[in-house]
Design a protein around this ligand. Structure first.
Ligand code: CR1
Length: 831
């Protein structure tokens, strides 16, 4: 135990790389003493967590330094993943898994009387993302490192990540996320690599000594970007890549000037304004707000990163002309699209390169991933706002546009309409810069994130660009990392799988296919079911403790966990719940498959309808969970503050995964993959990656319902009237009437009126059109669940056939088709 180890002993421990249980234990106590300055009697759980984190970090550092040294020596071609969001989730558990020391550490901690689970719980997760897009970036960093691909993640070190969600009286309440307040043991600041960023001001034009016409940017504000590095270790490899996030500060020189002029408060104000840039993550998923601070954030991290890359290039004695040979930059949506112009500016204005060469380098450097078809998410910036913040960039955009439109004119003569549609500038009313167009023109590759999504991009949203540059387009179906979302979060299932087929599935997920040989093995089925039951029981305990609701682990766990958005249709699931409830009220003895409906997810703070849907879930839950007629057969649970940590508890416990977006709206989805990998069956539409999941697992193992994308388009074009469905479907009418009457809101018939009115009069997302098909499909789900052998069989087949959806496969596709980059082996040397 802790007390048994002599204080004197602890001071003498210094081994920072050993991985055996004894060495780890001693290093841990050493860190408690020297880093936290504590001994066991005074230590808090946080002290223990920090001591363990530093113990793990020491073991990462050796790999990290070796990796950097190897890349520097070899001048390796490197992927730079530019993303405004990295939703990393807790580092501790993942690093233990990837180092291969999870079990040793768990045992070592237990010997000291500590629980590794509790220590992991202590970590405040870095929630520097909203949802799928940010989490995808995190999965991709894991796969890049695991596949030994030299890479850097570049983004923003938001002081406040995605808000913490509280529920009060059934409503979402936002609280600021103070993830840095207890310190962050995983990052290292690198102030020596700070860079300066210009903002605002005007441009000047002059002729240089060689008689060349040149431009320069005279900003009215300069801020400093300071990089903070976090090591990203691959699974069972020596490769540890870097996530480099930028913090904004005021440069000393500026403070100084104001200070000398006596304007002390002015100087401090300047500092405050600068620091605002990296203060907070915009909490909108799939929508753009068009705020100046957001554009500033985008430019800030992009300019910092490109300057950093030029420094690295010079550091390896490579000429600037080789920029695109040294780096492949992936633009994660249009958020970093301004980098196309910033790289042009750096090459032309700072390094005197001519336009043609600068453009060749630039467009060979960048590739663009589109993540959404929703029009409200396509970023555009009013010209005024853009020009006042980035005057030089606006000039460059005009020049890029002119040359681009000349190309369009040559390829499509006499097609004025096309030129207007494709221009980088939207001139239909107030003038805007169209960031997706900029990304398309400035990149050599463009991709969607699922087969259907890429097809729709080509046919619809980016059709003109597809016709112009068909060779640029490819599909790259999303994937998820099996390390975090199986090995770490579902250790029992992982161990069962490994006991049957060995552990190479963890790096080669296609090998899960071998599980098919056990699908009819009764013993294996029993084990499979026992583990699912175990995870459900654990989630039930969590629900009991957090929501004070008792749920039955034998009931069907029906889960929808994702951001709240009308297109994702959490309220369609609600209509199903109300329908089941109505059936019970009409006939209390009706035979019904017991179900626990679990929801998790945040709504954008300004998205009224999404927040109203959360309120409705809680209101329906309050009635259904207490009604004696229900006899506990239905439970509705809203789990607050859905984040990566909670997601890791949820996936293993799901029987049914709700993937019920309106066809043509969800670009891919990635939760759908994590659920199925953990053996949940999917009820879903033919949307996003659902299409490919169904193809892989087999249509007989997937609960399909709803309109297809084409049917939705067709209905919309021919005047969809949701009210007709309401009048012709008695169960639907009853469900809507119950909600509208105030039955779930203590008689208040006004509360949910905006939602009900919208569904009756608009129903943009075709809930009513899909209702009957959804209910029929859910009835079938309930019937199959009663046959546990059949269900288990389907569950095993789902997991066994998910190999395609590893983020390793996605990254291999990007490496081969877009980045043209090869793995680099890192040898461990003594540092
Ligand atoms: C999409 O909505 C997709 C992720 C990751 C989201 C989701 O379907 O799985 O991206 N898009 O590709 C998004 O956040 C800003 O757009």
């Amino acid at each position: 135990s802790l007390d048994a180890i002599d204080l004197q002993d602890r001071c003498e421990l210094s081994n920072r790389t050993g991985m055996d249980s004894e060495t780890l234990k001693r290093a841990f106590l050493n860190n408690l003493f020297y880093v936290q300055g504590k001994f066991p009697a005074l230590a808090t759980t946080n002290d223990y967590y920090m001591a363990l984190a530093y113990t793990v970090r020491d073991r990462l550092l050796q790999r990290w330094i070796n990796t950097a040294a190897t890349y520097t020596e070899l001048g390796s071609r490197t992927v730079a993943y530019f993303s405004a969001e990295f939703l990393m989730g807790p580092h501790l558990g993942n690093n233990l898994i990837n180092l291969g020391i999870y079990d040793q550490v768990e045992q070592g901690m237990a010997e000291l009387g500590l629980s590794l689970d509790e220590l992991q719980e202590e970590e405040e997760e870095p929630g520097l993302g909203n949802g799928g897009l940010g989490r995808l970036a995190a999965c991709y960093l894991d796969s890049l490192a695991t596949l030994d691909i030299p890479s850097l993640g570049y983004g923003i070190r938001y002081e406040f990540g995605i808000f913490d969600q509280d529920i009060r009286d059934g409503w979402q309440v936002e609280r600021t996320d103070k993830w840095l307040s207890a310190g962050n043991p995983w990052e290292i600041a690198r102030p020596e690599w700070s860079v300066e960023i210009k903002l605002g001001g005007h441009t000047e034009h002059y002729t240089d000594d060689h008689g060349n016409y040149r431009s320069r940017w005279v900003p009215d504000q300069v801020v400093k970007g300071i990089p903070y590095d976090t090591p990203i270790l691959g699974y069972q490899t020596n490769t540890a890549n870097t996530l480099r996030l930028w913090t904004a500060e005021a440069p000393e020189s500026f403070d100084f000037r104001s200070f000398n002029s006596g304007d002390y408060l002015g100087a401090v104000y300047e500092k405050m304004i600068s620091e605002n840039i990296s203060k907070v993550l915009y909490p909108n998923d799939d929508s753009s707000q068009g705020k100046q601070l957001r554009l500033t954030q985008q430019f800030f991290f992009v300019s910092c990163s490109l300057q950093d890359m030029i420094r690295i290039l010079h550091g390896q004695n490579l000429p600037l002309e080789n920029f695109h040979k040294k780096f492949a930059v992936q633009l994660n949506d249009t958020h970093p699209a301004i980098s196309v112009v910033e790289l042009m500016r750096l090459l032309i204005d700072h390094h005197q390169m001519d336009w043609e060469q600068a453009w060749t380098i630039t467009h060979q450097t960048f590739a663009y991933t589109n993540h959404t078809l929703l029009p409200e998410a396509l970023e555009r910036w009013p010209i005024e706002l853009f020009g006042s913040l980035l005057p030089r960039h606006l000039e460059l955009i005009y020049e890029i546009n002119q040359r681009f439109l000349d190309e369009v004119r040559i390829k499509f003569p006499d097609d004025e309409e096309r030129m207007i549609r494709m221009s980088l500038i939207d001139e239909s009313g107030e003038r805007y810069v169209r960031m997706a167009h900029l990304a398309c023109v400035g990149s050599h590759a463009i991709n969607g994130v699922a087969a259907l999504h890429t097809e729709l991009l080509q046919k619809d949203v980016l059709r003109d660009f597809y016709e112009m540059y068909p060779h640029k387009f490819t599909n790259k179906t999303n994937g998820v990392t099996p390390r975090r979302f199986m090995v770490l979060s579902n250790s029992q299932l992982s161990k069962l799988i490994t006991s049957k087929i060995g552990d190479s599935w963890i790096k080669n997920l296609k090998e899960l296919q071998q599980l098919e040989q056990f699908v009819d093995d009764a013993g294996f089925q029993v084990e499979w079911r026992r583990i699912k039951q175990h995870s459900k029981t654990e989630l039930a305990t969590y629900i009991q403790n957090n929501n004070n609701i008792t749920v039955d682990p034998d009931s069907l766990f029906d889960i929808q966990a994702k951001r709240f958005h009308e297109y994702k249709r959490q309220h369609l699931s609600l209509l199903h719940i109300v329908t089941l409830y109505n059936r019970i009220k009409a006939n209390p003895d009706i035979e019904i498959t017991p179900r626990t409906f679990i929801f998790g997810g945040k709504a954008a703070p300004g998205y009224f309808m999404a927040k109203l849907i959360i309120k409705l879930i809680n209101s329906v839950g309050n009635v259904v969970n207490r009604d004696p007629d229900v006899r506990g057969r239905l439970k509705v649970v809203f789990l607050k503050d859905y984040n990566v940590k909670l997601a890791q508890r949820i996936y293993p416990a799901a029987d049914l995964s709700e993937q019920i977006s309106t066809a043509g709206k969800e670009a891919s989805g990635t939760g759908n993959m994590k659920f199925a990998l953990n053996g949940a069956l999917t009820i879903g539409t033919l949307d996003g990656a659902n299409v490919e999941i169904r193809e892989e697992v087999g249509e007989e193992n997937f609960f399909l319902f709803g309109l297809t994308t084409e049917e939705v388009y067709h209905k919309r074009a021919h005047g969809y009237r949701s009210r007709d469905y309401y009048h012709t479907n008695a169960e639907l009418k009853l469900a809507i009437d119950r909600i509208a009457s105030g039955f779930f809101s203590q008689g208040d018939a006004e509360l949910f009126r905006p939602l009900v009115d919208d569904l009756l009069n608009q129903d943009q997302y075709f809930l009513f059109a899909d209702y009957a098909s959804y209910i029929a499909c859910q009835d079938q789900v309930a019937a199959v669940y009663k046959d546990q052998t059949k269900w288990t069989r389907m569950s095993i087949l789902n997991a066994a056939r998910m190999g395609k959806f590893s983020s390793d496969r996605s990254i291999e596709d990007y490496c081969r088709d877009i980045w043209k980059v090869e793995p680099v082996n890192v040898e461990l040397r003594q540092c």
